[in-house]
Ligand binder design. Sequence first.
Ligand SMILES: [Zn+2]
Length: 335
Amino acid sequence: MKNITRIFTLIGLLLFSGCGQKDNGTIMTVKGPITAGEMGITLTHEHILVDFIGADSISDKRWDKGKVIEKALPFLMQVKKHGCRTFIECTPEYIGRDPFLLKALSDSSGMNIITNTGYYGAGNNKYLPRHAYTETADQLASRWIKEWESGINGSSVKPGFIKIGVAGDTLSELHRKLVIAAARAHLKTGLTIASHTGPAVPAFEQLDILREEDVAPEAFIWVHAQSEKDISNHVKAARMGAWISLDGLNDNNPEEYVKMISNMKENKLLNKVLLSHDAGWYRPGEADGGKFRGFATLFEKLVPMLKKEGFSEKEINQLLITNPANAFAIKIRKL
Ligand SMILES: [Zn+2]
């Protein structure tokens, strides 16, 4: 009898967690998993620290974690006051990704912070380690999968998405390899792929590569999509299923964002838009970490402007809460 009860409880739990997965999904923060429903208002593309010294010279000895926290924490607290609960840190390895720093900041701010795995090929490949040139896509993918399984650089911190970077109108073989590695790592981990892309041509090229690898466009975030001036391409990529990340918001450009978001709304694609500032960040090597740009324009300027344009509370929540949860939910998206 006891065993039967136990079996029924187990079946119940399995069904329950299975349903939760379907409706909600799991998100991986630097402090471990949360449900997508716990994400709340989310900034989907920001930075705490970026070091452009290059893959051959970078080391976390170049910054004092205490000083970075002192500098960045007030900016996190500022958006926390606006209701933001989750901060997605998009700095890849070899440009200043620091899991220990991010975990400490998550502890001191009380916010969810999410970091990534993957390599950034843009910037003339200056941020790629030597082994990225010689290893196969499968070898690179297995490095990223290992971080997902065992944590990053000896920490307990696991990546919450895959971040890659490509450049150019036609992707080089090296950059194609990064995309293939990301696709294969996605199929093993369910981590969403956010790719520093810019214009539409390489965005569609990457979607083609993903298709060849059996990965659905829903697994792909077109990062810096605002760089594409023909906004009909946002619609085209979103109709395919890709996420359109409009992530260069600053105090001088909210009007442009209202236009781009309204275009998506007119095409009934508000459910595919992600918004952020690509702001921050502490700059090692500069006095006091240089000038730090905050993350509040979205809350202080853009949201009031959208409301003025007739966007409902529900539509704003779609942009700031529902879309990030759906985009970053860990789930294998196979064709
Ligand atoms: Zn960025």
